[in-house]
Design a binder for this molecule. Structure first.
Ligand code: F3S
Length: 394
């Protein structure tokens, strides 16, 4: 690989241990993927924040970097394993909380913004078309590449942090035009009309295209919330980092000749939707995977107005969207019902499986996928049915 004078300095240890170590991570990655050089990035989003996933070895790694490392570009964080202020009310164990706060402290010392959300694009970290970035959260990677037209690979926790501490990433993968072209055309004939419908379609297509780039045709319009759910589902059942949607996403241009074609019809939609649910009565309801937008919080507040919840009900969102919800008066309505905001965290990265719940109802295909991996049973329901479950008489 070729390096600028500045990069050679960072590699030599001139700027300290954390910068040198970060450069070594990026160079190793660049060599694996055949990158010829590094490029500057303008924004980083770091995943690997929950103590549940990091463990003590992760804390040690972060502490070591925090000795002399500092973020060089805007860097936001993925959700942590708990609400950083209301963790007691969430039922989080004190030992877990103390470890989680150590993780957050290390990131704070590194100069990262303690935003803790998987929808950074709804909380002040919104890159533009053509901007090179290094993001870790897979659902946000798909959204950024596809909907915003920014350019990022699916970074792991260490490589995203290394990009933050150096302001660079290796030039390969989705940073290059040739890797952003469609690899499979998806002709949609199903009536995909809700965020849950987009989630189910994404879950089915992710399995088919694996780490390819699907090009959806036949969808006339899509709301932000629908694209958010589609992005998350594509990235969870497959290794998708980008999609195109004719008439909707900014780079949905011509499809290369000879591109494979598949179809997605009404029967496919029904099959994948049914397959996302297990048997059982939900004892925990959680929405906001990826984190709820303000519009979704408003819808939930409308559905909960004048009602009381009878089961544990978490609304996962960013602290920024919660702040906006406070201003709109949504938070009061929600909290009066007994439902809880789960800011900074979510039902997947919090240790829900250790809290005595067995069946989780959610409107997210991604959450169904990972909650099952965590040993829980799931029910995949629309948002209004999730609220109906949460308020059902006992
Ligand atoms: Fe976000 Fe948690 Fe889902 S991090 S995308 S809400 S699994």
């Amino acid at each position: 690989m070729q390096f600028t004078t500045e990069e050679k300095g960072m590699l030599s240890g001139r700027d300290g241990h954390a910068t040198k170590k970060s450069m070594e991570i990026l160079v190793a990655l660049g060599e694996i993927y055949g990158a010829k050089r590094l490029i500057p990035v303008s924004s980083v989003q770091v995943s690997g924040v929950s103590y549940k996933n990091l463990g003590d070895a992760g804390i040690e790694f972060l502490m070591e970097l925090a000795e002399d490392g500092k973020a060089r570009v805007k860097t936001t964080l993925n959700p942590a394993g708990m609400d950083l202020t209301n963790w007691k009310q969430q039922g989080i164990d004190a030992n877990f909380a103390s470890k989680q706060l150590e993780v957050i402290d290390a990131y704070r010392r590194l100069g990262l913004e303690i935003s803790c959300t998987c929808t950074p694009y709804l909380a002040g970290n919104e890159p533009h078309l053509g901007e090179h970035i290094a993001w870790g959260e897979s659902s946000a990677v798909v959204y950024a590449n596809s909907v915003l037209g920014a350019r990022t690979n699916r970074e792991g926790g260490p490589s995203a942090l290394a990009a933050s501490l150096t302001g660079r990433t290796p030039l390969y993968g989705y940073h290059l035009d040739e890797n952003r072209a469609a690899t499979v055309v998806v002709d949609v004939t199903a009536a995909v009309r809700s965020a849950e419908g987009f989630a189910a379609m994404g879950y089915a297509i992710g399995k088919v295209v694996k780490n390819g780039v699907p090009y959806f045709r036949g969808i006339k319009a899509a709301a932000l919330e629908e694209l958010k759910e589609l992005s998350a589902a594509l990235a969870s059942s497959g290794g998708v980092a980008m999609f195109h949607m004719a008439g909707v996403t900014p780079e949905a241009g011509k499809v290369p000749k000879g591109t494979e074609r598949v179809s997605f019809g009404q029967r496919d939609l029904a099959e994948v939707t049914a397959g996302l649910s297990d048997e059982g009565e939900p004892d925990f309801i959680s929405v906001g995977c990826p984190h709820c937008s303000l519009k979704e919080v408003g819808t939930i507040a409308g559905l909960l107005r004048g009602r009381k919840v009878t089961r544990e009900f978490w609304i996962c969102t960013s602290r920024e969207v919660k702040r906006q919800s406070d201003e709109k008066g949504y938070s009061k309505t929600i909290e009066r019902s007994g439902a809880k905001f789960a800011c900074d965290t979510c039902m997947v990265v919090a240790p829900v499986e250790t809290m005595g719940f067995s069946v989780v109802a959610t409107n997210s295909a991604k959450a169904c996928h990972y909650l099952r991996n965590n040993g829980l049973r799931v029910r995949f329901l629309t948002l209004d049915r999730c609220v109906a479950e949460a308020t059902k008489p006992n």
